[in-house]
Design a protein around this ligand. Structure first.
Ligand SMILES: CC(=O)SCCNC(=O)CCNC(=O)[C@H](O)C(C)(C)COP(=O)(O)OP(=O)(O)OC[C@H]1O[C@@H](n2cnc3c(N)ncnc32)[C@H](O)[C@@H]1OP(=O)(O)O
Ligand SMILES: CC(C)C(=O)C(=O)O
Length: 574
């Protein structure tokens, strides 16, 4: 047997949580939890180069500016840098009034004493005590039975209280207890240890406790963790004085789902890191969690409006790149390369404009319903420039989107088809992406520049032509009938008989005037031309000459009498 397939026997599926009539599957997330950023602790302890105090300060400032109000700033007894950073925050009074810092410590006497001492002078802080409780850790790491493991937590809590009484009298001091490996611990034992810790701390009004439940190493589908949280939440005593917190990791790639299902199951507080930095496959990603809420109309209570800055700062502090596909923040997550996606996005934007105009409100106030884009890039500080990028997988919708964004020209559908074929040929020939400015250049050189110089028309005399001043007949002639007459007259010497004029449309801005699209049909050949001018007549002339010039270029000009002519059509003045 293949060794990999044989190896699967070494792994086990998790035990089922004994929970009936679970409530969480029927709930929705309707408000943000309390967030704790552990970027400076769990995030920091996983880095190749832990952050220096300077970098920690940059990260700390970012977190407070974004709106995080609980920040785990380090493990003060782990390193001089962690200790010094904490002291800097306290001594330079850098912690905003509404922010609570917290520090982590193991349940070891000397470490607890030094941790408490390192908080001297703090106005408000939380000490976060932990010990591992899973059977494996009890047996292999600590060599303890259940009672001894529980005693470690209880004794750690007593020591913390003893040292805090001595050292931190002026501090508004909170207490958090975590069971490392909670998700691998027998639920009845977890409950027993939490109750024993609470018996020591005695939570009451004004003296709450945070009980924090990690998936230290994520091992199960998120529903199992949700069951574990709901099971605990139903049984823990002193519920009104405790905050039920979760600390998901991402080993199976489901940290976000784990946090979200845990919230449904009763978690009131979530610990994580920006962009999912953290041990192994990371802590749960606070950016994704926050913006998942945002995208469902729930205020995350944290500001992601300049996500590029957040990303740059995190990359600077952690020295780790954010993946281009990272939800919400990655370089490519608002970009469609493939044709059908681009087509739908373009139609979505067109519809959005229509809806906004009909309602008489700015586009930014309409409901966000653009295909393939879960949030408006502008809401997180991104631009629309990269929403559509063109390569060999792209189609007419995408090409039209780029032309409209860069040149302000809204191409008629058939012209989109024609130009997209030219772009596709370029992409096939050169491989890779065709950059927007090259698309604009190609468009100009193909349709706009050349026709502006006079070219001989290969058209025979007296060919009937149709001039569509946009598509719909209901406004025929209307306001610009006089100009259309002038156009008609002007075209006669060219051998083009305009005998149908349709007009709708609005004048374009951004392209230097009116845009006219001329569709010239010569036999089975269809050629488009584009003219832009402040003057309608001049624009139409330019469009006609543009199309004719292209006919001139793409085929050797045949003798007029040999041309298999159908009626040339000049399409759309907008
Ligand atoms: C899941 C998490 O993220 S937990 C946080 C983990 N973060 C870190 O460990 C980063 C900071 N840690 C450190 O810098 C160091 O581990 C220190 C300074 C805290 C301690 O260093 P050292 O004293 O050299 O010990 P070391 O790290 O090897 O600790 C292991 C010892 O601590 C014990 N231990 C581990 N965790 C705990 C705990 N939560 N409570 C009590 N004892 C613990 C182990 O059983 C082991 O004991 P032993 O030496 O009797 O076998
Ligand atoms: C200390 C705890 C909260 C932890 O980091 C973990 O178990 O992952």
């Amino acid at each position: 047997m293949n060794p990999f397939r044989r190896a699967v026997r070494r792994y086990r599926s998790p035990a089922v949580v004994p929970l009936t009539e679970r409530a969480w599957p029927g709930r929705r997330i309707t408000s943000a939890p309390r967030w704790l950023s552990t970027d400076l602790r769990d995030g920091n302890q996983s880095l190749v180069n832990p952050m220096s105090p300077d970098r920690k300060l940059v990260m700390f400032r970012l977190l407070t500016e974004m709106g995080y109000r609980e920040i785990e700033v380090g493990f003060p007894v782990a390193s001089q840098d962690d200790h010094d950073f904490l002291r800097t925050l306290i001594e330079r009074d850098l912690v905003p009034d509404d922010v609570t810092i917290s520090v982590l410590v193991q349940a070891r006497d000397d470490l607890i004493r030094r941790t408490v001492e390192s908080l001297a002078g703090a106005r408000r802080a939380t000490v976060h005590l932990y010990n591992a409780t899973s059977p494996q850790f009890r047996q292999v790491v600590f060599g303890m039975d259940r009672a001894e493991c529980k005693e470690l937590a209880v004794q750690g809590t007593r020591l913390f209280m003893k040292y805090a009484d001595r050292t931190l009298t002026g501090c508004d001091l909170g207490f958090q207890y975590s069971q490392e490996l909670f998700n691998d611990t027998e639920l009845d034992f977890s409950l027993e240890v939490c109750e024993a810790v609470m018996d020591v701390w005695q939570p009451e009004a004004g003296r709450p406790i945070i009980l924090n439940f990690p998936t230290t190493v994520e091992r199960t589908t998120p529903n199992v963790f949700a069951d574990q949280i709901e099971w605990m939440g139903r049984r823990l005593s002193r519920r009104e004085h405790l905050c039920l917190s979760v600390h998901p990791h991402n080993d199976r790639g489901t940290g976000v789902a784990t946090a979200e299902l845990a919230m449904l199951a009763g978690a009131e507080r979530v610990e994580g890191c920006l962009f999912g930095n953290g041990e192994r496959a990371g802590n749960v990603d606070l950016v994704t969690l926050g913006l998942n809420m945002f995208s469902q109309g729930v205020d995350p209570g944290v500001d992601f409006s300049d996500l590029n800055r957040v990303r740059r700062t995190v990359e600077h502090c952690t020295e780790l790149p954010v993946h281009p596909r990272h939800p919400y923040g990655g370089d490519l997550v608002y970009t469609a390369f493939s044709g059908s996606h681009q087509d739908a996005i373009k139609k979505g934007f067109d519809e959005q404009k229509r809806v906004a105009a009909a309602a008489g409100v700015p586009v930014a106030e309409t409901r966000w319903e653009i295909p393939y884009l879960p949030v408006d890039p502008a809401d997180v500080g991104r631009t629309y420039e990269t929403v559509v990028r063109i390569n060999s997988q792209s189609g007419k919708g995408g090409v039209a989107y780029v032309v409209s964004s860069l040149l302000g020209l809204h191409l008629p559908r058939d012209l989109q088809v024609e130009f997209a074929a030219l772009v596709q040929a370029r992409a096939d020939a050169e491989g890779g992406e065709v950059a927007p400015d090259r698309i604009a250049d190609l468009f100009r050189s193909e349709y706009v520049s050349r026709p502006l110089v006079s070219v001989p028309l290969p058209l025979p005399a007296a060919v009937p032509a149709y001039l569509h001043v946009d598509g719909a007949a209901f406004e025929v002639g209307a306001a610009r009938a006089d100009q259309i007459e002038q156009v008609r007259d002007r075209l006669v010497p060219w051998g083009i008989d305009v005998h149908a004029v349709h007009r709708t449309g609005t004048a374009l801005t951004g392209c230097g005037g009116l845009a006219v699209y001329a569709e010239l049909r010569v036999g089975d050949q269809v050629l488009w031309g584009v003219g832009v001018d402040a003057d309608l007549e001049a624009a139409v002339s330019a469009a006609v000459r543009s199309a004719a010039a292209r006919l001139n270029r793409t085929t050797a000009p045949p003798a007029p009498e040999s041309l298999p002519l159908g009626p040339p059509r000049l399409a759309r003045v907008v």
